[in-house]
Ligand binder design. Structure first.
Ligand SMILES: CC(C)(COP(=O)(O)OP(=O)(O)OC[C@H]1O[C@@H](n2cnc3c(N)ncnc32)[C@H](O)[C@@H]1OP(=O)(O)O)[C@@H](O)C(=O)NCCC(=O)NCCS
Length: 146
């Protein structure tokens, strides 16, 4: 299969964020805080020209992590019909490599309970206690040294 991964705008992520992460919610719910900061970037994975996966990287420090240079992974999503084909791993590792090149030490995320297995497989570990995000459910803080 021929996949292309490239930087896209925050707005472009909505076609995947909406059905996968905000199903049934208004399109405005796809806007995340910090989406348009100049330190934030968004990646899109294209399958034969169609956007099928997205993830975003926001410069943000977590209080439980001591490293100076940290990024938060946000909006990790692969269209349902394209999940479990290795695409999540592919786009995430592309983003991690870009962060590594700019000397980011740690990447972390608020992982939905259902996605913890995916993050563990890609080298992330849990820190701290689980917490609830209103309307979405239980989350775990997970991180990985780059
Ligand atoms: C979570 C998600 C991004 C993973 O992407 P994906 O393309 O389906 O995952 P991949 O095929 O790249 O899987 C990589 C590895 O993780 C494993 N994996 C994937 N999803 C998993 C899950 N939910 N639980 C346990 N393991 C999982 C795969 O089996 C694979 O293992 P392998 O390397 O041994 O073969 C995708 O399923 C998704 O968009 N889910 C809905 C939205 C979501 O929950 N996003 C995360 C919000 S925090």
């Amino acid at each position: 299969m021929d996949y292309l991964i490239k930087k896209i705008s925050a707005l472009e992520t909505y076609t995947v964020r909406h059905p996968v992460l905000r199903e049934g919610k208004p399109i405005e719910s796809c806007l995340f805080d910090g989406d348009t900061l100049n330190t934030t970037f968004h990646l899109g994975l294209f399958d034969e020209g169609n956007l099928v996966g997205v993830c975003s990287f926001l410069k943000s420090k977590h209080a439980l992590l001591k490293e100076e240079s940290q990024y938060q992974l946000r909006g990790m999503a692969i269209l349902k019909e394209k999940q479990h084909l290795g695409l999540g791993k592919l786009i995430l590792s592309h983003g991690e490599n870009l962060l590594k090149q700019q000397n980011t030490q740690i990447i972390w995320c608020n992982a939905r309970e259902k996605a913890v297995g995916f993050y563990k497989k890609t080298g992330y570990q849990i820190i701290g206690l689980p917490f609830d995000i209103k309307n979405i459910g239980q989350h775990f803080i997970m991180y990985k040294a780059l």
